[in-house]
Design a binder for this molecule. Sequence first.
Ligand code: NAD
Length: 330
Amino acid sequence: MKTILVTGAAGFLGAHVCKRLLADGHRVIGLDNFSTGFRANLVPLLDHSSFSLVKHDITQPVDIVADYIINLACPASPRWYQADPIQTIKTSFLGTLNLLELAQKRGATLLHASTSEVYGSPFEHPQKEEYWGNVNPIGIRACYDEGKRAAESLCFDFHRVYGTSVKVVRIFNTYGPLMSVADGRVVSTFVAQALKGEPLTMFGSGLQTRSFCYIDDLVEGLCQVLWSSEDVVGPLNLGNPYEVTLLELAQKILALTGSESKLVFDPLPQDDPPQRCPDITKIKTLLGWSPVVSLEDGLARTIEYLKGEISHVQSPSFSADKGIFKQGII
Ligand code: NAD
C-alpha cells in the first residue's frame, strides 16, 4: 500500500484517478483549491477510510508526506484557463515548482500531467515526443501552453540537477463521465446541445481534427506510468491515436443521441490547432499500453452520464470577469 498525493483531485481526471487508486488498495490524499473542480465529484470517496481531502492552492508551498505525487492541478479547458490566465500560468509553473520541492524533500516520485498543447499548432503529424512544438508565446492560449512547457522544463531540471524522481506524460484530449457541461470542452458541449435539441456550435469549418481518449483508458495509462521503473521518465504521449474531424464527431454524437439538432458555425478562436493526434509508439513499446475503448462506446457511456447532468449544470468558483472569457475547444 502506497500513499499517493493527487493534486487537482476534484477535477475530471483527478476524481477518476483517486477512485482507481483507492480501488487498487492505496491510501490517497486528494488536494484541490476547488477553482474548476467540484466537491461533488469526490462525494462517493469521502467515506473511504483510505481517502482524505485537503483544500490547498499549489501556487503556495505544501508539505505532505507521500510516496508518490500525481500533479493534475490546473484548469484544462480553454474557457476556464483563459478566465484567469495569470493564475493558470502560476499554477503550472509555481505549482509544479512547489510539488517538485516537496518530491525532492520527501523522496517521492512526481508524475506530472503535461499536455498535447505543448505541441501548439504542430508542423509534424502525428506528434512524436521528439517534436519541439510550435507555440505562440504571447497568445491567449500561452498561459496554459507555455506554462505547461515551463513546468516540463522544471521537471527535467530537477531530475538532472537533484536526481528527483519524475515522470512526465503529455495527455491528449480525454472525455468521459464527470466532464463538466459548463467548461466548454467540445465533447460535453456537443452532447449537451444535442440532448437539449439546441444547435451544435462548431468553431471554424469543423475540418480540424482531434483524437479523443476515453477516461478509463487514460487512467489505466497513468497508472502504468506511475508504477513503471524509475528510468521511465518521459515525456510520454498518452492519448488515443484514432483521429476524427470535429464534423465527424458532431455526426457521431447526433446519431448516438438521436438528436435532430443542426450545426451553427462560429469563427475559430485564436491559435486553435488545426490538427492533433498522438504518436503513441513510445508508451506502447515501453509499457505495452494502448487505448481499448472505441469512440462510439466511450461516447455512448458519456452521453448516459451527461443525460443526468444537463439539468443541474455546475459553474466553477472563479469569476468570469477576472479575465478574458473566451469560448474555445480543445
Ligand atoms: P479540471 O479543470 O477538471 O481539473 C483540474 C483540477 O485542478 C480542478 O479540480 C481544479 O479545482 C484544480 N486546480 C486548479 N488550479 C489549482 C491550484 N492552483 N491548486 C490546487 N488545485 C487546483 O481538468 P482535468 O481535465 O481534470 O485536467 C487535469 C490535468 O490534466 C490538468 O493538469 C490538465 O492540464 C491535464 N490535461 C487534461 C486533458 C483533458 O483532456 N482533460 C488534456 C491534457 C492535459
